[in-house]
Write a protein that binds this ligand. Structure first.
Ligand code: HEC
Length: 124
């Protein structure tokens, strides 16, 4: 009996993990990226209001040449990957206090997952 009683608990735990990291859709992520495009070039290296996101995966924060970063962004020295991008976009001001990206928290985890999947494919 005890064994069976554990099954629903396990199912809830799995559902919880799924909700924390939703399956991602890069095609939908392209539409989410429209919110970033005014400030961030994707793959030419050009500076807009913000630094280019060319090669953002694996890049250390604050290291794009020719962009005048805040001290906070340089000092954070975080390596950008799916997890660190997710944490930053969910709460830019809290994640890197003093950084100069004027962007509100992106509360929707699905939006973040889709956007990050799109960036992984396209920000090269
Ligand atoms: C209003 C302009 C603006 C918008 C919109 C914006 N950003 Fe930014 N972003 C910036 C600026 C400016 C910085 C540099 C911040 C600093 O130096 O403190 C930055 C920094 C970043 C960085 C760190 C880059 C590096 O080289 O370390 C990432 C990653 C980033 N933004 C992603 C995004 C994404 C993804 C979106 C869309 C969801 C977005 N930003 C929307 C202006 C913007």
């Amino acid at each position: 009996m005890k064994r069976f009683a554990l099954v629903p608990v396990f199912a809830i735990a799995v559902a919880g993990v799924t909700m924390a990291q939703p399956a991602s859709d890069p095609v939908r992520g392209k539409t989410v990226y429209a919110r970033c495009a005014a400030c961030h070039d994707l793959n030419t290296g050009a500076t807009r209001l913000g630094p280019s996101l060319k090669g953002i995966f694996g890049r250390t924060s604050g290291t794009m040449p020719n962009f005048n970063y805040s001290q906070a962004m340089k000092a954070k020295a975080v390596v950008w990957n799916a997890d660190t991008l997710d944490a930053y976009l969910a709460a830019p001001a809290k994640n890197i206090p003093g950084n100069r990206m004027a962007f509100p928290p992106m509360a929707n985890a699905q939006d973040r997952a889709d956007l990050i999947a799109f960036l992984k494919q396209s920000a090269r």
